[in-house]
Design a protein around this ligand. Structure first.
Ligand SMILES: Nc1nc2c(c(=O)[nH]1)N[C@H]1C(S)=C(S)[C@@H](COP(=O)(O)OP(=O)(O)OC[C@H]3O[C@@H](n4cnc5c(=O)[nH]c(N)nc54)[C@H](O)[C@@H]3O)O[C@H]1N2
Ligand SMILES: Nc1nc2c(c(=O)[nH]1)N[C@H]1C(S)=C(S)[C@@H](COP(=O)(O)OP(=O)(O)OC[C@H]3O[C@@H](n4cnc5c(=O)[nH]c(N)nc54)[C@H](O)[C@@H]3O)O[C@H]1N2
Ligand SMILES: [Mo]
Length: 775
């Protein structure tokens, strides 16, 4: 049953409350309560119960909040507060109906916050904004496809269009999408991964021959030591805390490396366990290293150097010589390089004390099985690729890859971002994949690499790309340099979004624009051959089915697959040998093709129907096979560099609050960090505040400092005195994207440097101090 749009209160910075110190514990009963409440009141008990109980169950749907894997022994109620928010947000029966578009011109929607836009409810009808008009208007599906198909067919070159993907898209839809795009004639397939784990893919691909985790879920409980770098699992991968707790119970140790003392890295109460409910929770981290932003590369080199020094003191006893001799290249070069390591530079880069680094090295040397896990705090740095190569160096030295309880574990963000890559969503898929695709569908796929996310903005800005199509996501909101992104999108002739809900990318458009509403993962997908399911791959390469459990919020909504097959029929038709109409009727037909094109997916329809799905092969994990040019894993030499900070400036990272999923804002609180009713805050250490002559609660303008001297500024932010590493500040993404220069990208991966922006804080020009509400 549809509900009227709720009245959504916009907040302003005068409402912000800061409630004391950051929380050192995560989850527990309050977390469950906080998450149940909105679900039940918004959706009604029936829909809420159905969706929340089916989350991550074997015959239910895959939770769309993160890519953390499901354990084999699933709890009846694998509960996660932020998973529940994601489900509630998607399955809400609040709808954006046809009248919405008459009431709200695009120019008005542009002024609204992401929070307000998302809260308007689910999109239900295709709408079109003709060039020169300020309103979207409802159109029929057929009309919408004709408008887009005519536009695509009119372009002189297929490279004048770009096709973005966000990581919620299923394997089946992703496979169909890349087929359609390549049949149309371009490799312009940018995706959210370009802004996310691209650095992990590059570094691991070059060193161990595969850009994916070399661990499985069960390895966590077997590890002697787990090093968590640049990740905030309490908020972003809450179910990971259960695995960490199990690891601790089995005697493992945990080290957390982070500029911020994040909740959950310190202590955790498991809501599934009675013990967790009554007790104070498990102390998770045995050691916490409060590192400076971008200091990890130096730290890793320093630890590897200590490992090599220990070997020199006791030859033959420290390194895994058999493993290194049989499987690795580059040991002598690494030794020679690290012998020259400048310890003073390490201390400067990390902000740590020598004893802290010694202690970490000591823990590493005492552990037989080590996992290093990381996320955006490592990948979104200029030296992200090199830093991950140093993680691999450290692991290889003691044979910590390809044995139980050990390995490299990048933790992917979006629930199917890894699967989308496996299915061919990448602007640079290797020739072997393109050959197999061409053979399967009797066509010649384009070979030239396409544009990634940053390059897409450049080409839209310069006029080379004229049509933007987004399969999910919020490209304008998520990409760096918001002003540049807005101008680039406005410079296109047509922008198209295939979406569940409204966001910034529907309000910043090309001359002409289309919105194509689609079904979400929670919904029952009924097609001609019966109810369909889709499949997804988690962060440890486990592939499983996802079945919708509630009826679609509105009649006439199409699945992503239906949208793609109808569009493809109009744009490419029989230019390739594909049964586009059949795909929509029965997703098994798509899976049959996948089984012949994608390595590791043979007999996909059979394997995906096994209880719990199947695991994709992984050379390093399964048999210490390294698919590099030499056939061995590569120890690499990386020149140390750290973030330079001119006097009077700070290094700012942009990060997620507890109440958001990327650009989707569920609420304006960040409970674990003690922030209420507002997001326009900047966290600064008390020492830096004193040095800069600023005080807690004061309002400042945050100015970006970059070589191009363009003005990048966030105005009127409330300063929060917070125990972050000295010299470092933090603010929330996506707002902080205003400050991230487009050309500031990680070397090698082109990922925007979202975690190290040089900024200057100045007292705000326009603020009435009387409004400040600090606790
Ligand atoms: N609820 C919820 N879940 C999510 C998401 C969400 O928005 N909300 N997003 C999903 C997505 S797409 C992703 S990619 C993941 C993101 O998961 P995370 O990577 O955990 O996300 P961020 O909030 O960016 O947090 C970055 C963390 O790294 C730390 N950090 C920053 N710079 C450095 C550094 O230089 N060194 C070290 N050692 N640490 C650093 C920060 O202090 C912070 O704790 O989460 C996924 N899951
Ligand atoms: N400054 C800064 N920038 C960053 C980051 C950062 O840490 N700092 N993180 C980066 C990272 S890690 C990522 S992954 C990107 C995220 O970039 P995106 O993936 O582009 O952004 P999201 O906010 O996840 O996209 C949310 C939108 O997806 C749509 N959607 C949701 N579910 C579905 C579905 O099932 N189907 C379809 N078709 N649409 C759906 C809804 O319309 C929703 O508004 O942002 C990056 N940008
Ligand atoms: Mo991500």
């Amino acid at each position: 049953m549809a509900r009227k749009n709720p009245k959504v209160e916009e907040v302003n910075e005068a409402d912000i409350e800061v409630t004391g110190h950051p929380k050192t514990w995560a989850a527990g009963v309050p977390g469950v309560y906080h998450s149940m409440e909105p679900a039940i009141t918004h959706m009604g008990a029936g829909r809420a119960g159905k969706t929340l109980l089916a989350m991550n169950q074997k015959d239910g749907f895959d939770c769309m909040s993160c890519a953390w894997p499901d354990p084999d022994h699933r709890k009846t109620f694998e509960f996660c507060e932020n998973g529940a928010k994601a489900v509630t947000w998607e399955a809400t029966p609040v709808l954006v109906g046809p009248e919405f578009w008459t009431e709200h011109p695009v120019s008005e929607l542009r002024e609204r916050s992401e929070y307000w836009l998302g809260m308007q409810g689910r999109l239900t009808t295709p709408v079109h904004k003709p060039a020169g008009e300020d309103h979207y208007r409802p159109v029929s599906w057929d009309r919408a496809f004709t408008i887009l198909a005519d536009k695509l067919k009119s372009l002189p070159s297929p490279d004048q269009a770009t096709f973005y993907t966000s990581g919620r898209t299923s394997n089946e839809a992703a496979f169909l999408y890349q087929l359609f795009v390549r049949a149309y004639g371009t490799n312009n397939l940018p995706d959210c991964s370009n802004m996310c784990h691209e650095s992990s893919g590059w570094a691991m691909g070059q060193t161990i021959g595969i850009g994916k985790a070399t661990v499985s879920y069960d390895d966590y409980a077997k590890a002697d030591l787990i090093i968590i770098m640049g990740q905030n699992p309490g908020t972003n991968h809450p179910r990971m805390l259960t695995a960490l707790e199990e690891a601790k119970e089995a005697g493992g140790q945990i080290v957390a490396i982070n500029p911020l003392p994040e909740a959950g890295l310190r202590r955790y109460k498991n809501p599934q366990k009675v013990k967790g409910i009554v007790g104070h929770g498990t102390e998770i981290a045995d050691q916490f290293l409060q590192i400076r932003l971008g200091g990890d590369m130096a730290l890793l080199q320093a630890v590897s150097k200590r490992v090599l020094d220990a070997e020199a003191r006791n030859p033959g006893t420290v390194l895994d010589h058999a493993f290194l001799a049989e499987h690795c290249h580059g040991l002598e070069e690494l030794k020679a390089h690290l012998a020259e390591l400048d310890e003073a530079a390490v201390l400067e880069a990390t902000g740590l004390r020598t004893e802290e680094i010694d202690e970490l090295a000591d823990r590493y040397l005492k552990a037989e099985k080590v996992i290093v896990t990381w996320a955006m705090g490592i990948t979104q740095h200029k030296k992200g690729v090199a830093t991950i190569k140093e993680i691999i160096n450290l692991l290889l030295l003691r044979g910590n890859i390809g044995k139980p309880g050990a390995g490299a574990s990048p933790i992917r963000g979006h629930s199917n971002v890894q699967g989308d890559r496996t299915m061919g969503i990448w602007e640079q898929m290797p020739p072997s994949f393109l050959e197999a695709l061409g053979k399967e569908f009797s066509f010649d796929p384009p070979r030239e690499h396409g544009a990634d996310s940053v390059e897409t903005i450049r080409r839209m800005r310069d006029g080379g790309i004229k049509v933007f199509v987004g399969m999910g996501g919020n490209f304008v909101g998520a990409i760096s340099d918001t002003q540049a992104a807005i101008s680039a999108m406005e410079n296109t002739e047509m922008s198209v979004q295939i979406s569940t809900k409204l966001n910034r990318s529907h309000t910043v458009t090309g001359a002409e624009a289309l919105i194509l509403p689609t079904m979400g993962r929670t919904e029952i997908d009924l097609q001609e051959s019966g109810p369909q399911f889709v499949s997804v791959e988690d962060t440890v390469s486990a592939v499983h089915a996802s079945h919708g459990v509630v009826p679609p919020v509105a009649p006439g909504l199409l699945s992503e697959i239906a949208i793609l097959s109808r569009l493809a029929q109009k744009v490419v038709g029989d230019r390739v040998n594909a049964d586009w109409a059949g795909f929509e009727k029965n997703y098994d037909l798509i899976r049959d093709h996948i089984s012949r094109v994608v390595p590791g997916c043979e007999d996909y329809n059979g394997k995906i129907r096994h209880k719990g799905g199947f695991v994709l092969p992984n050379g390093p994990r399964d048999s210490r096979k390294f698919d590099t040019p030499t056939g061995k894993a590569m120890l690499t030499v990386n020149q140390l560099e750290h973030v330079e900070r001119p006097a009077g400036t700070l290094i700012l990272q942009s990060m997620r609050s507890h109440d958001q999923f990327n650009t989707t804002i569920y609420g304006n609180n960040d409970r674990y960090r003690g922030i209420k009713k507002g997001r326009e805050v900047v966290f600064v250490s008390p020492e830096d505040l004193a040095a800069l002559g600023l005080s807690d609660g004061q309002h400042v303008d945050i100015h970006g400092v970059y070589q191009d001297n363009l003005e990048r500024v966030l105005r009127n932010y409330r300063v929060v005195s917070y125990p972050t590493a000295a010299g470092c500040a933090a603010a929330y993404y996506p707002e902080a994207n205003v400050l991230v220069p487009l050309d500031s990208v990680a070397e090698g991966s082109q990922t925007p440097v979202s975690k190290a922006v040089i900024v200057r804080l100045e007292p705000a020009k326009a603020h009435a101090p009387a409004n400040v509400a600090a606790g």
